[in-house]
Design a protein around this ligand. Structure first.
Ligand SMILES: [Zn+2]
Ligand SMILES: [Zn+2]
Length: 255
């Protein structure tokens, strides 16, 4: 993950609050175009300058070639309003071990998965296990990826509830592990749409934290009822995979 600096000077005769609002519209557009990660980046005003420090998956994620209509539109607006040019700089890389985003020419399959801590893209490459920047995929809806990010934040919210364990834990867990839950339905719809757009199969990850009863390996795919246990776990973590239903899951750690 990289930390980028996006900033702009505000001229003395420009209203600071209005300038910040215009700037925030641009930051929102970057988020929905898939170019920045996480929902709230560090932002501050210093010496008549608005500064924001978003995370990106690739060093060149803010290159104009990845901009969509809204990013271009809001970038122009904020520059016109502030009577200045936007300034971009890569502040750094989060840590040395960051493997970077998927660079596969063509992935054999993708996985839709996230968790309460993740600010990666919710699409993982089935070949290299790395995260796939959304801006590398065909446009999903209205120049961007908001429906995918909406599922992601719903999933993050459910995972947070089940991790905290005091409010709605059971309900949230069921949303994550039941095939017919609203959360799974929303996710599966996204899988099918991305498949249609890319021609690449997209697997949906079903969480599993059920109490282990008997031999977990005998569990059947919740979609088609067929055997789906893998002899060798995929990516050393997924124990279950159904190629017909395009579902993945794990052996529950809750013994
Ligand atoms: Zn890859
Ligand atoms: Zn199945």
């Amino acid at each position: 993950m990289y930390i980028q600096e996006i900033s702009i000077n505000i001229q003395a005769d420009v209203d600071k609050d209005d300038a910040v609002e215009e700037f925030m519209n641009l930051m929102y557009a970057y988020r929905s175009s898939g170019q920045t990660q996480g929902r709230i980046e560090s932002r501050y005003i210093e010496g008549g300058r608005i500064v924001s420090l978003p995370f990106t998956l690739e060093k060149d994620a803010l290159d104009t070639k990845f901009n969509n209509y809204y990013v271009n539109e809001y970038a122009e607006r904020v520059e016109a309003f502030c009577k200045a040019k936007l300034f971009y700089r890569t502040a750094g890389k989060v840590y040395d071990g960051y493997e970077g985003a998927c660079k596969c020419e063509k992935s054999d399959f993708y996985i839709l998965i996230t968790n309460y801590l993740s600010i990666d893209s919710p699409i993982t490459c089935g070949n290299c296990k790395n995260t796939v920047p959304l801006y590398k995929l065909p446009v999903y809806y209205d120049y961007g990826y908001m429906p995918v990010l909406s599922w992601e934040s719903n999933y993050n919210a459910c995972d947070t509830l089940q991790m905290n364990g005091e409010v709605g834990e059971r309900w949230a867990l069921n949303q994550m592990q039941e095939l017919k839950s609203q959360l799974s339905k929303q996710g599966l719809k996204i899988c099918r749409k991305i498949e249609e757009l890319t021609g690449i199969p997209v697997y949906y990850y079903l969480h599993n934290y059920r109490k282990n009863v008997g031999n977990e390996c005998l569990k059947l795919c919740p979609g088609c009822g067929m055997q789906w246990h893998l002899k060798t776990p995929l990516h050393a973590s997924y124990n279950f995979k159904c190629d017909d239903c395009k579902l993945l899951s794990v052996i529950s750690p809750n013994s």
